[in-house]
Structure formats: structure tokens, C-alpha cells
Design a protein around this ligand. Sequence first.
Ligand SMILES: Nc1nc2c(ncn2[C@@H]2O[C@H](COP(=O)(O)OP(=O)(O)OP(=O)(O)O)[C@@H](O)[C@H]2O)c(=O)[nH]1
Ligand SMILES: [Mg+2]
Ligand SMILES: [Zn+2]
Length: 222
Amino acid sequence: MSNLDQAVLIVTMKEPVTFPTFIDRFCVAAEAFHIPVAIVFNKIDLLADGDIDVLESFASVYQELEYPVIFTSAEKELGFDDLKDLLMDKVSLLSGHSGVGKSTLINKIDNNLSLKTGEISTSHQTGQHTTTFAEMFELEFGGYVVDTPGIRGFGIVDIEREELAGYFPEMRKHLPDCKFYNCLHISEPGCAVKKAIERGEVAETRYNSYLNMYHENEEQYR
Ligand SMILES: Nc1nc2c(ncn2[C@@H]2O[C@H](COP(=O)(O)OP(=O)(O)OP(=O)(O)O)[C@@H](O)[C@H]2O)c(=O)[nH]1
Ligand SMILES: [Mg+2]
Ligand SMILES: [Zn+2]
């Protein structure tokens, strides 16, 4: 087996909902392991025009971070050229919550494959954990994908509080400018990360994810 070239996170705004914090946790974990991340927004057929605008502005945060971002609908077969370009001749791990359409996307971009897929539960609008173990498949157009079971949530990521901001690339570049070398970017004076947020160079949603992970780690140390 070859090494992994990239981790492709499949996310959906609806059925099921993928929250920004989840995306950022995934990005941080991948940064920690030095695995390149790409983000696929699937099920765009479920979105009304207004939702598409919201999605595009949300997705631009990740595009600015230079993560490849693509938009797909497995249902309507949209964005497949971009998806094939992303996966071609690479070894990719496909990841994301249950029900976002990981297995369906693989089936649809390679007609030789017929992985098991499952309906979304109508009561909870979530997937039903159809894929139960990770498995690698060769793609007819070149490359390999690893289909994986849906991630329920991340446990505590094993990163020291002092190092956490370093795994957010847009925060990382401001760290040398914080007044205190041990700044945690919470309420310290002269914090360069906070200033970057005010200038719009660090997205609020990303900083919220930082805080969320920071506080979770803090509880762990108590
Ligand atoms: N409307 C719509 N439905 C989709 C799309 N992609 C997948 N689905 C549906 O979503 C449901 C779940 O798809 P799966 O491919 O089983 O999802 P999964 O991510 O592999 O889920 P797990 O194996 O449980 O982790 C199925 O009913 C698919 O038909 C899409 O782009 N649009
Ligand atoms: Mg699956
Ligand atoms: Zn700071």
C-alpha cells in the first residue's frame, strides 16, 4: 500500500449538518500529522439559492487557507470533473460524518465500484453508519480511495494548549508578533492573533473553533 497523499473531508450543510468546529478539528488533526486536506461540499442539490451564497462565503475561508475546495452533488452528478481531478493518481482517504455521501460519491465516479450505501434516518437527518470498516479501492481513472466509516465526533485532540494555535495556518504566521512569547491568544494584551481577527485576516469561525478546542483541553488538564 502506498502512503496517503491527502485526506478528503466530505461535508454537507444538510442531511446531515456538518458544523464548522468539526471541519476545523479535522484540519488541525491533519496539520498535526502533516497530511494535506481537501474539502468537498456534497449534496449541493439540497440547497436553495440563498443557502448557496452562505455556503460560498463559508467555503471561502478554507479556499483562502489554500485547502482545495470543491462542490458536488452525487445525486445530480455535479462537480465530478473537479472531484476526479482531485483524486486522480493519488491515494486519498475519504472522511466525514455518516451519511454525507462518501460511498455514494465513489460509486458514481467509478462505475466498476458498488459500495454499500444507506438512507438518511428521517427522524434525525443523520446517516446510519452504513460503512463499518475502512477499505481501499482502485479507481479506473487512476488512484486509490479509502472509504471510511462516518466519524461521530473528535475526542480530545492530543495537542498542548500552548501549541494549538500553531496548527491553524492563518494564526501560525502571527504568533511571532504576540507581545508575550507564551501568549495563548485568549485575553492577553498585545495579542497578534486577536489583531488579525479584527483586520479580518483570521475568520471568527476558525477562532471559535480554536477556543472550543482550547477549553476542551483545559478541562483535560484540571
Ligand atoms: N440529495 C442528495 N443525496 C445524496 C447525495 N450524496 C449522497 N446522498 C444520499 O445520502 C445517503 C447516504 O449516502 P452514503 O454514501 O451511504 O453516505 P456515507 O458517507 O458513505 O455514510 P456512512 O457509510 O454511514 O459513513 C444515501 O441515501 C445517498 O443516496 C447528494 O449529493 N445529494
Ligand atoms: Mg459509507
Ligand atoms: Zn496571542
